[in-house]
Write a protein that binds this ligand. Structure first.
Ligand code: QUE
Length: 346
């Protein structure tokens, strides 16, 4: 612990400026940060002196590596209700960002995964630098791609969102723009200049346009045909069959990656991403809250965090251990209503 605040709020001219401020732990999102950010956004939304909100992060390594999963792991294992309270409030925050009545500008530089994606990609203006590494890696820790993934993944081109959600593939800036996860490339050394334009009162769209630079071709564009051919299949098993039948280098590596993830996670994520195509944002978040409640009561999340973040042996023992052992009833149970505990808004 340090005395340094985990999240900074500042008014600069007409801009409400948010800075994620835990650079030593890749700005991982704590419950405390969520509890401060949400009311501040509501206040700025109602403040006529504020024309837009900008969110950035301290340090060069990360925008935000995700949730504070070690704490969630410890609290969840101990049976604390704090974990579910965290997710409920995080998803409500994500929805406030999605429906924000003013421009919400995310300056994304460095690692941006999981919970970080929830406070950036759901905004109206997503600016990325050459340092961006984007991923939704949750199936690797026995979870599913949440914080709005149910909404934004099915809206990526073709089957790109299914590919990203199942594999946790990492994207650099050109791919992030191609996938519709970022809107503009502004080099990291121009982010301050961009912020200065906002502070001086320049319109957000015009300022971003003035600082936007051309990007290289997206490697994902080259893979689009292969991604669509495999990931349009009707189940995780069928996707793996198509990848195996392809037998090429990319297909083989991609199949191996999916097989390394939690089988329950990939099967639930498949259903989640297909379902999200037809849902509005609020219904997507309510679905995510159902899934979170079920995942927190199952072993894979605790085992995944142990293997990836605590022991770092990268050798999780999933339960069930294989896709075949996951039943349709088990998956269906994850999607069932929570009754009086359903996620609501406002
Ligand atoms: C999946 C995740 C997270 C992850 C790795 C995954 C995640 C997260 C971190 C993280 C945060 C701070 C650190 C760090 C890792 O890693 O949510 O080393 O200092 O916060 O595969 O969802």
């Amino acid at each position: 612990m340090s005395d340094e605040p985990e999240i900074l709020f500042e008014q600069r001219g007409p801009i409400g400026l948010v800075t994620l401020n835990r650079p030593k732990v890749l700005n991982a999102l704590t419950y405390n940060m969520v509890k401060q950010l949400h009311p501040q956004l509501v206040e700025w939304a109602e403040d006529d002196a504020i024309s837009a909100v900008v969110i950035q992060a301290a340090g060069e390594k990360a925008f935000c590596a995700g949730g504070d999963i070690r704490v969630l792991h410890d609290q969840g294992k101990a049976g604390s209700p704090e974990v579910i309270n965290f997710y409920r409030d995080e998803y409500r925050l994500n929805r406030t960002i999605k429906r924000y009545p003013k421009p919400y500008v995310a300056l994304m530089s460095g690692i941006n995964m999981g919970g970080g994606v929830g406070v950036s990609v759901n905004g109206s203006h997503r600016v990325a630098s050459e340092r961006l590494t984007f991923a939704m890696p949750e199936t690797g820790i026995g979870l599913f791609p949440d914080v709005g993934g149910t909404y934004f993944l099915p809206r990526c081109p073709g089957e790109v969102g299914m590919y990203l959600g199942l594999t946790g593939a990492r994207l650099k800036v050109a791919d992030a723009v191609y996938a519709g996860i970022a809107d503009a490339f502004v080099p990291a050394d121009r982010h301050e200049a961009l912020l200065a334009r906002f502070v001086e009162g320049e319109a957000v769209d015009a300022a971003i346009a003035a600082e936007t630079q051309a990007i290289e071709d997206a490697p994902l564009a080259e893979l689009q045909g292969q991604i669509d051919a495999a990931f349009s299949a009707e189940s995780v098993d069928a996707i793996l069959q198509r990848l195996d039948a392809d037998g090429g280098e990319w297909a083989t590596k991609t199949a191996e990656t999916i097989r390394s993830k939690s089988p329950l996670s990939t099967r639930v994520a498949y259903g989640q991403i297909r379902a999200g195509a037809e849902l509005d944002f609020e219904d997507c978040m309510s679905l995510e809250f159902r899934l979170t409640n079920r995942f927190m009561a199952a072993p894979d999340f605790y085992e995944g965090v142990r293997a990836v973040v605590i022991d770092k042996d990268q050798a999780p023992k999933w339960q069930p251990a294989s896709l075949d052992a996951v039943t349709d009833e088990q998956v269906a149970g994850y999607f069932a209503s929570l009754g009086e505990n359903e996620l609501t808004f406002d």
